[in-house]
Write a protein of this length. Structure first.
Length: 178
């Protein structure tokens, strides 16, 4: 066994990537303060062909050196847009027919593994602030909330780790992307 070289991974270049079919899923970042977390989410969104990232509130936007450190160029391949207010982004998503899920622990959240997605369904995943999570106003505007079951002493995961797990799981629920 040997590690594959990057040249053997058959990855598309940025311009080819932009033309590929994307998962009908938009990632919404609700007031994320760490630019390293933002960059990491860009990189994960690229890996699983998310349609776009909506950067909301205080969430920094590219180009930025700290975002670039972890995005490693994904800010060039993944479509993104900034909204001053997360609720503004959610209003647009609803008008465009997206079902919106906050990734948050609530009295009615469902386990991520229990989430059902129709193959034609457009969804948005809202990830919240590193300390405060998804704001209650934003939770109220979502169609539902999902959470990652945890069994340790801590009650949360870093946003970039959480996004990686959720995006991976959602990617696996769609079977029409290649």
């Amino acid at each position: 066994m040997r590690k594959l070289l990057n040249s053997e991974l058959d990855r598309p270049d940025t311009e080819t990537y932009k033309q590929l079919e994307k998962l009908p899923c938009i990632v919404v970042l609700d007031n994320i303060r760490s630019q390293h977390n933002i960059g990491s989410v860009f990189r994960t969104a690229d890996a699983f062909r998310m349609q776009a990232i909506y950067l909301c509130g205080i969430t920094a936007t590219p180009p930025h050196r700290e975002i670039h450190k972890t995005a490693l160029g994904a800010t060039e391949s993944v479509a993104w847009e900034h909204f001053d207010d997360t609720l503004e982004a959610l209003r647009r998503l609803k008008a465009e027919g997206y079902k919106i899920y906050g990734v948050e622990q609530t009295t009615e959240s469902i386990a991520l593994k229990e989430l059902k997605i129709a193959q034609s369904e457009k969804i948005a995943l809202v990830f919240g602030h590193e300390v405060h999570g998804v704001s209650q106003q934003v939770v109220d505007a979502c169609h539902g909330c999902i959470e990652i079951e945890q069994h340790g002493t801590k009650h949360s995961l870093n946003i970039s780790v959480c996004a990686g797990i959720v995006i991976w799981e959602v990617f696996g629920k769609y079977d029409n992307i290649s």
